[in-house]
Design a protein around this ligand. Sequence first.
Ligand code: ZN
Ligand code: ZN
Length: 357
Amino acid sequence: MTASERLVEYLHLTVNTAVVVHDPANMFYLTEGYRGEGLVYLTAERRVIITDFRYTEAAEKDAPGFEIVMTDKDHPAGKRLAEICQQDEINEIRFESNYISVDELERMRTAVGEEVSFVPLKKAPQLLRQIKTPAEIVTMRKAGAITSEAFEAVLGKIRVGMTELELRLELESAMYRLGAEALAFHTIIASGVNGSLPHAVPGARKLQKGDMITMDFGAKVGGYCSDMTRTVALGEPSPEMRKVYNTVFRAQAMCEAALAAGKNCFDIDKIARDYIDSQGYVGRFGHGLGHCVGIDIHEDPRLSASCHDVLKAGMVITVEPGVYIPGLGGVRIENTCLVKENGSEPLTTARKELVVL
Ligand code: ZN
Ligand code: ZN
């Protein structure tokens, strides 16, 4: 079954109802490959990409099974959509209320006319995207392997005096050399005292002996992301930072071991939080434990104190506890994991034991 068929079935789409999608991640998912601009129109009977000259050839290649309708200056997207809705006698459009702007909604309403009602899609494509297909898992496994290999490749290049920005360049070129088509997100490099900033932006700080260095990075392959964090030590770390590392390492391992279909997101998060608190770091793990990953780097559900969703087999989710101590530094260890019926499997497989360079 194709992704667009899954959506039609999930929504029990009746005749005269169409789905209109603008979010690039949802368009990519539903067309199984289209990466251009425009919009996707779906009914039980018909699949259309409405786009302009720049993308029509790519759309034909990347989305077989979809009709491609080209816009031009006299026929903008709204007009094309109105023509198609008229042909199909559409009286209801399911739209992405979480994505399009009020202005865009108004433009669509004006174009298709008052007789068509607009009903929120309620993130139905995102819900389907939560469970990865075997083909998606194959792709995400590749993205994870490239990310893991890039980590190993960069270890031999980390030197005292090198800046965080130079290290980022090494890490990112390693991912590209290994086959990444893009970066899944902006690479985080946080060295020494910068390590207490969970989302540190790499800068001109030079690496020093005794630093812990946190690297949070991921390759994008075939449209899918991976996400991994490793913290390494440049020279022997202080006993205090070693204790921080061991705490995060244990917390991460415990949560990864607990991850399985049927478990509640809240409970997995609590394992890490309770353990980190018990080691004397109350309040030092100030973010959620993890997030799902897929076409987007951050997808739902989340492993957090505010998410009570139940994990299902086929979800791909990160497990990333951290401890951050201002003025001292921080440690985070993160794997992207595939949730299975009776457990989980990391898709990022680089070693997690402390590497002392
Ligand atoms: Zn990350
Ligand atoms: Zn993450």
